[in-house]
Write a protein that binds this ligand. Structure first.
Ligand SMILES: *Cc1c(COP(=O)(O)O)cnc(C)c1O
Length: 424
């Protein structure tokens, strides 16, 4: 069947033809290719078209598609262990590996997605502090848990307004939305609600409003304010963990989060998530403590094996991070040069191998308000042009693009070559 035949039939059986909305390319006027296989830095669709992949399954595929070691780990594990709902040594190995190689993780709990990790971390923070309110930042994404689906408002101490149908006011009334990179805003919020705030959750390098890194002094200030007020600081490293560095975004900032959430890369491409952090906080989880959180599939052996193969390979090959940083810099510089030659209004935000191309004449993008001002229609035209040229990148500017260790100069050149033929 051809791409379009499959996608159209999918629409009969799955809302929008997809199991997660971004895949539908709704902001674009093209239909998404239906992917048949992936190898290294490449994807192939049902019609045999190949693409250089800059989405990487939205982050997880840092080793490239179907990495030999990950495939072997999955194969050998599933011959004898698929699911038990019982303790296994594999889950210990992955837990121990993460606790001993990443900072500030004394204990960890495995779950099945990033959403599960963040919602559980917030529940734990509430259970630990005995407080109800949480602070999140406009433009930060923490999954589809109700309390996080709050619109940005004007960015200044917005009371929770549901940003999604089906979310009762009740679910968001304890969510306070703050402006990213604005420490004054955080101070105001804590002056008013300080004693009621259980936790602040933040993407230390935001990737879900396009790439927008936190400023170091902002994160430092945020951490101090949380401490002064007895609120927990939760770093959502679902995207940035094992991506911007093996030890994640926290390793760049010298700030100590109380809890950290992971997913994406840590599952090696299989459904996975985890949250971990301070021992005294983690010990509030059942069966040790009163905060109930469970999962039939949590710590699944096949998933643990894929995660362990991925993380040990990354840990044992630190030069991977240097390599993808170098290629990402090459991509950034190339994009900027072409933009200049062609007079395209482009601004690139990049943090290691996470990058977004914004279409704007502004000098900087530091928060959601800035990101929303960009020309998303021009981005759409660019995206469609790139896709036709065999470059698979995010269909929306409010996403990141990713490189894998399987990308080389050749794939970066290909991106730049296709970009050179883009005209407004
Ligand atoms: C992807 C993402 C999530 C949600 O993870 P899922 O596995 O899709 O539920 C949460 N937080 C951040 C920062 C993410 O990038």
């Amino acid at each position: 069947m051809r791409n379009l035949d499959i996608f159209n039939e999918s629409k009969k059986y799955m809302p929008g033809g997809v199991n997660s909305p971004v895949r539908a390319f709704k902001d674009a006027t093209v239909d998404p290719p239906v992917i048949k296989k992936g190898y290294g830095a490449y994807l192939e669709d049902e019609e045999g078209n190949t693409y250089v992949d800059f989405i990487g399954a939205w982050g997880p595929m840092i080793l490239g598609h179907c990495d030999e070691d990950v495939v072997n780990a999955i194969k050998t594990t599933c011959e004898t262990q698929i699911a038990f709902g019982a303790p296994t040594e594999l889950e210990l190995k992955l837990a121990k590996h993460i606790c001993t190689t990443v900072d500030n993780i004394d204990m960890i709990r495995m779950v099945n997605s990033g959403t599960e990790a963040t919602m559980s971390a917030v529940k734990l923070a509430r259970g630990f502090t005995g407080r109800d309110k949480i602070v999140k930042f406009a433009g930060n994404y923490h999954g589809h848990f109700e309390s996080f689906l709050v619109s940005a408002g004007s960015g200044v101490m917005t009371e929770g307004i549901p940003g999604c149908a089906g979310v009762p006011e009740e679910s968001v009334k304890n969510t306070i939305v703050a402006q990213y990179n604005n420490i004054e805003n955080i101070r105001c919020i804590f002056d008013k609600y300080g004693s009621q705030i259980a936790a602040v959750i933040i993407e230390p390098v935001a990737g879900n409003m396009g790439v927008v890194p936190a400023k170091p002094e902002f994160l430092k200030g945020l951490s101090d304010i949380c401490k002064e007020n007895g609120a927990l600081l939760i770093f959502d490293e679902v995207m940035s963990g094992f991506r911007v560095a093996y030890k994640g975004a926290q390793s760049f900032y010298g700030v100590k989060p109380d809890l950290v959430t992971f997913a994406k890369i840590m599952g090696g491409g299989l459904p996975c998530g985890a949250y971990g952090g301070r021992r005294d906080v983690m010990e509030h989880l059942s069966p040790m403590g009163p905060v109930y959180q469970a999962g039939t599939m949590s710590g699944n052996p096949v998933v643990m094996a894929a995660g362990l193969a991925t993380l040990t390979k990354l840990y044992n090959n630190p030069y991977y991070y240097e390599k993808i940083e170098r290629l990402a810099a090459m991509l950034e510089n190339g994009v900027k040069e072409i933009a200049k030659e062609k007079g395209l209004p482009i601004l690139v935000n990049r943090f290691q191998s996470m990058m977004t191309i914004f279409f704007t004449n502004e000098e900087k993008i530091e928060n959601y308000e800035d990101a929303k001002k960009c020309d998303t229609n021009l981005y759409r035209l660019f995206f469609e042009h790139m896709l036709k040229g065999g470059i698979y990148m995010a269909p929306s500017q409010f996403e990141a693009m990713f490189l894998s260790v399987k990308h080389t100069e050749k794939e970066i050149e290909k991106f730049l070559d296709v970009m050179r033929t883009f005209n407004i």
